[in-house]
Write a protein of this length. Structure first.
Length: 379
């Protein structure tokens, strides 16, 4: 990938952070996996998301958004901001379901997609045009959204795992950083001092001490500073409402467990996963797990309060997925449809798969009573 080689050569020390490398591999305008439009999302693609399995995920989210609107006092405008909308399937399912079942709520929704990858925006426009709901959606950058203008919910599904991360390793009881360099056009790793003191501050924030004797020499892991910056940006836009984050990940004590000595970095290529980010450059997804503790701690610094953290399986059951499973025994469906539909619903709540994803609900500008009132997905 020429842009990466050029970035390395132009760097004063002939090396770039892994975060810079990952950013180019995923988001370079012409050569990046997401920005170029090469991202193949779906059950037959490089990876699939909950919304790839059918309409249920988006429809159950729609039920949660309806309840949020009601708990906020049914404001005349409810901003629904989807950050990183993937192929656009989730947006299409949410809007169609609300249009068909809750037309009054549908009418007052202002649906905005914040998406940096132009290749994905084209896919989202195409999917939404099939449902006739493309005119209900606006695509905006964060800079185009006024500060403290959002009343409603900002949500994301499998977004933060794709944020560029710094790679960290322990050498002689000290934190050091893994950089990317090149030799004769071949990508290589080198280890040097930390690129920023923010990495040290990050571990203080989540109360993890990698210098302790619990961690072995060459322990390797990731630091997602971009997630903290993202949360700060959201805080500046959200006036009153909710932040809903769905992703695979752990709390800090599990993320940085001494036994997880190789970190969580994974790559997805043609529906297979491996841990080598230096092959299939620009052709594969690169991810790391989400540290939910970091989001909670950073949120508290920004006056964004944690309301509840749960797993996706429990979240969706609270929103009515169990009722949908029960409906399969009513005789309304053919045998083959029952088998297919039951498999789909079970995948959404499988604790070893999608059902084990973390679901973090945070709030801003809510009264103490509003914070305490339980939402269906977080009972």
């Amino acid at each position: 990938m020429q842009s990466i080689i050029e970035a390395i050569e132009q760097s004063p020390q002939q090396k770039i952070t892994f975060a810079d490398y990952m950013n180019l591999a995923l988001y370079h305008p012409e050569e990046g996996y997401y920005s170029s439009g090469r991202a193949n999302i779906g059950t037959q693609g490089d990876f699939f998301t909950a919304s790839s399995l059918g309409e249920d995920f988006g429809e159950l989210l729609a039920e949660q958004f309806l309840e949020m609107w009601e708990l906020l006092g049914s404001p005349k405008t409810f901003n629904l901001i989807e950050v990183g909308a993937g192929s656009g399937l989730c947006a299409a399912d949410i809007l169609k379901y609300l249009h068909d079942n809750y037309p009054n709520f549908y009418e007052i929704i202002s649906y905005i997609i914040v998406e940096e990858a132009q290749g994905l925006i084209r896919k989202q426009e195409s999917i939404l045009s099939l449902t006739g709901k493309e005119n209900k959606v606006r695509w905006k950058s964060w800079d185009e959204i006024e500060d403290l203008s959002i009343t409603g919910c900002i949500f994301s599904n499998e977004l933060i795992d794709a944020f560029p991360v710094h790679l960290i390793t322990i050498k002689n009881k000290e934190l050091t950083e893994i950089y990317v360099t090149q030799s004769e056009g071949k990508i290589k790793e080198v280890i040097s001092d930390l690129s920023t003191t923010r990495i040290i501050e990050y571990f203080k924030l989540i109360d993890i001490n990698l210098k302790s004797n619990r961690y072995a020499e060459n322990y390797r892991t990731e630091v997602n500073l971009g997630a903290l910056d993202w949360l700060e940006k959201i805080c500046g836009k959200l006036k009153r409402g909710y932040l809903l984050t769905i992703d695979y990940g752990y709390i800090a004590s599990k993320y940085y467990h001494p036994q997880r000595h190789k970190g969580t970095l994974q790559c997805y290529y043609k529906h297979r996963h491996h841990n080598n980010p230096y092959v299939n450059i620009g052709q594969q997804d690169i991810t790391s797990h989400t540290n939910f503790t970091a989001l909670e701690k950073q949120g508290q610094l920004l006056n964004i309060e944690t309301i509840k953290f749960t797993q996706q399986g429990l979240f969706l059951m609270g929103l009515g997925l169990g009722t949908r499973l029960s409906a399969l025994s009513t005789g309304k469906y053919s045998f083959l449809d029952v088998i297919k539909r039951r498999d789909t619903l079970h995948q959404l709540i499988d604790p070893m798969g999608l059902g084990g994803f973390g679901v973090l609900l945070q709030g801003k500008g809510l009264t103490p009573e509003e914070q305490k009132r339980p939402l269906k997905g977080f009972q």
